[in-house]
Design a protein around this ligand. Structure first.
Ligand SMILES: [Zn+2]
Length: 292
């Protein structure tokens, strides 16, 4: 009888955890995964489909063009969501629905955004894909034995802090932004790139791990003139006064999508975001989709 109650208790606690958007893999709390194999109808009038991968990874699709930002990484420390098996293997080996990515952008080389083996594998399985990233990210790929096979599809762009560099990859206009990872502190030398991507008639912004201490960086980048439709912003820009000021004065996006949500209790962070930005959407379910 006691054992039966224990089973009931375990089931109840598991149900409660998944209702709050958390499951556990080993010791790591993980967001729930959206059911796959169910086709999600694209609402009329939308041109962009965004699929949340994990942490700051987003797959943006418009028509037959797809751009991935920061989606190819692996399990790294317990605070960061990652795509578990079997999805990771499916993704890295470019099997459907991950077989049509035209451009991979990587903000920076930290392991909650980028794993060199994941990116190298994807590029070798999908020979139609191009990578654009920084010297530090590309440097890690160049150190690999399999680099010669992918080298012709890798482009290095590392704008200095506060600079914007325009490029076109697979026909997609992209601006690479030198936003940095905080000008002081332990990540000061990390080449962290922001991206402005024009796709499906919309302008999208991704900031990587930009810092809210760097108001002058955003002042100099002059992003307000880019007329951002959708901004993928790390949670700390939306839960702090400094971050909110940068968003309101320098980014001014029509839509906000919160990324880099904590693996533990993302619902609490989402509620915290809504206090300053009631209309923001927070990605907390892996492989969920939003349409714009
Ligand atoms: Zn980082």
């Amino acid at each position: 009888m006691k054992r039966a109650w224990l089973v009931v208790a375990i089931v109840a606690v598991s149900a409660l955890l998944s209702a709050y958007g958390v499951t556990r893999i080993g010791g790591t709390p993980q967001p729930v995964i959206a059911p796959q194999g169910v086709s999600v109808a694209r609402p009329a009038g939308t041109t962009i489909e965004v699929t949340y991968i994990a942490n700051q990874g987003v797959l943006i699709a418009a028509g037959s063009t797809q751009v991935l930002i920061d989606g190819l990484h692996r399990e790294y420390r317990s605070s960061y969501p990652f795509l578990p098996e079997p999805y990771r293997e499916q993704f890295e080996t470019a099997r459907p629905p991950f077989n049509e990515i035209d451009v991979i952008l990587v903000s920076h080389a930290h392991r909650d955004h980028f794993h060199p083996e994941s990116v190298a594998r994807y590029l070798s399985y999908n020979t139609a894909t191009t990578l654009v990233s920084s010297e530090q990210v590309v440097g890690e790929l160049q150190a690999r034995k399999d680099y010669p096979a992918i080298a012709s599809r890798v482009k290095t762009i590392t704008p200095p802090l506060t600079q914007r560099v325009a490029t076109v990859a697979a026909g997609v206009p992209i601006e690479v932004l030198g936003v940095g990872h905080g000008r002081t502190g332990r990540h000061a030398t990390v080449q962290n790139l922001g991206h402005v991507v024009k796709l499906g008639g919309k302008t999208l912004l991704h900031l990587g791990d930009a810092s809210t201490d760097d108001e002058e960086v955003f002042d100099a980048l002059n992003l307000e003139e880019a007329a951002i439709d959708i901004a993928f912003l790390p949670v700390w820009f939306l839960t702090s006064d400094d971050g909110a000021a940068i968003v309101r004065q320098h980014i001014r996006p029509k839509h906000i999508v919160a990324v880099h949500m904590p693996a533990e209790n993302p619902q609490r962070a989402a509620a915290d975001i809504r206090r300053r930005f009631p209309d923001a959407i927070a990605f907390t379910t892996l492989l969920e989709k939003k349409f714009y």
